[in-house]
Design a protein around this ligand. Sequence first.
Ligand code: S3P
Length: 486
Amino acid sequence: MKIKRSGSLRGKLTVPGDKSISHRAVMFGAIAEGTTTVRGFLKSADCLSTIGCFRRMGISIEESAEAGSAVLRIHGKGLRGLKKPDGALDAGNSGTTTRLLAGILAGQPFEAAIVGDASLSRRPMSRVSEPLTAMGAKLRSTEGHLPMTIQGGSLHGISHESRVASAQVKSCIALAGLYAEGITRITEPSLSRNHTELMLSAFGADISTEYGRGILERASLLREEKHYLWSAVKDQPIAEIDPVTGRNLTDPLHGRTAPSAGPRPTCVVRPGKELHALDITVPGDISSAAYFLAAANLVPGSELFLTNVGMNPTRTGLLSVLEAMGGRYTPENLRLMGGEPVSDLRVSFAKLHGTYIGGPLIPTLIDELPVIAVMAAYAEGETIIRDAKELRVKESDRLARIVENLRALGVGVEEVPDGMAIQGNGGKPFKGAVIDPHGDHRLAMAFAVAGLASDEGIAIRDEGCVAVSYPAFFADLAAVGAELSA
Ligand code: S3P
C-alpha cells in the first residue's frame, strides 16, 4: 500500500470500538452469570482471538450487527463455569488476551495451554507467571515465553509490586484475585489504563484503587457542577477534565514541567462476589483515533470530526502531547458511555513544535508513541521521549523500529535505551521510502500517516497487519481524502 501527500483531509469518522474494552467485555462477560450484551465491539483479529479462546472453554458467543457495528451476546457461566479446552488456546498476536486469560486460568480447576504467533511468543510472560505462581498456580513456560501451560488451583491473595505500569499485568493478577483466598493488592509505579477496575466493578466485583496514604474508594466517575472529577479517591483526583476545553487539568505535562512521580496507586481486589451480566457499549478507541488526529495535524487545511472517542484520562496522554506541541483539537459533547468518558473531537491542521514526553504520562499514551514520533519528526525543533523502555517488548521492538524507519524518511533521530531524541524537520516533506512494519499494526498505521507528508510517497509492506486492531484503517483513511494506491 502506498500513501503520498494528499489534499486536505475532511469529513466525519467514527473510529472502531476500543480494543482494551472489547477484550475485557468478552472475558468478564464469560465469567459473569447471565447474558452480557456488547455493542460497538471491535471486530479485529486480536479481539477475535479472545472470542475464540472463550468459545473453546464452552462459552457461547453470538455475533450480530446493529447500525453497521458489531454486537455480541455472551452467555456467561459464572466464575466457575468454564470447561477445560480440548486443545491449546490460541491468543494469536494479542498480549492482552494472553495475560488477562492467564489470570482467569489460574483460578480454574483444570490445566490449559496458551500459544501465540511468532511476535507474541517473543514477548515476556514472567511478569505474569511469577505473581501467579506466588498466588499458588502452577505454570510452565519456555524461558518466560509462550507456549505457557497453567494448572489452576486454590489461590491465595498476594501484595505485588509491579516494576512496570502495565494494565495487562495489573488485570491478570486482579482477575486471579477474584478466585483467591484473601485480599490481592497490585501496586504500580504510576496508573496504567483502568478499564478492568471500572468494568469489573460494574459487573459487581469488589475492586478499588488505593493511593499512598491508604484512602480507599471504589473507582468512580463523579459528575460535578463544573468539572468531571474522575477520581479513585475523594480528595485526590487522578484527573480533572475541563468540560469546556476537554483538557486534563491534572496532567503532568501541563506547563511542560518535567513530570514527577505521584503517589503510587494500588489496585485492591476482595474476592467473594459473583459477577452479573451487563449491557456494555464500547466507546471508540482513542488509540485508533490517534492516527487521524496526527493526520489532520500533518496535512494543511485539514479538518476532521471524530465521533465517540473514549476519553478515559488513563488513555488521553496523546491529547496533552498534541496540545503541548501546539496542535488543535476541540472536544465536543463530553459525556459518559458505559461508565467511561467519551467525546467527539474536532481536529484541524496546525504547525507543531517539539516537546518533552516522559514519566507517568508514558502509560497514558504507550500505544500512540509510534504516531507521536511521526508528528514529532514533522514538527519544528526537538522532541525527547524518555521512560518508554516498555516499547521494546510490544508487538515489535518499537523503539528500534521507529528509529530505523524515521531515518529511512530522512529524519535525524538518536536512540537511547528508554526512548529517543527526534530532530523535527519543521514541515519539510519526508523522503520516499518502503517501510517494513515487521507485522506490527501500530507501526504500519503510524508510517502510513507519515506518507501524507511525503511527496514521493511511502509504501507500507504487508499492510494487512492493521487488522490486528483496525481492519478498516486504510478504507477510513481514503474516506477522509487520503490518496492511496496498491
Ligand atoms: C493493554 C495494555 C497495554 C497496551 C496494550 C493494551 C490492555 O499493554 O500497550 O495495547 O488492554 O490492558 P501493557 O499493559 O503491557 O502496558
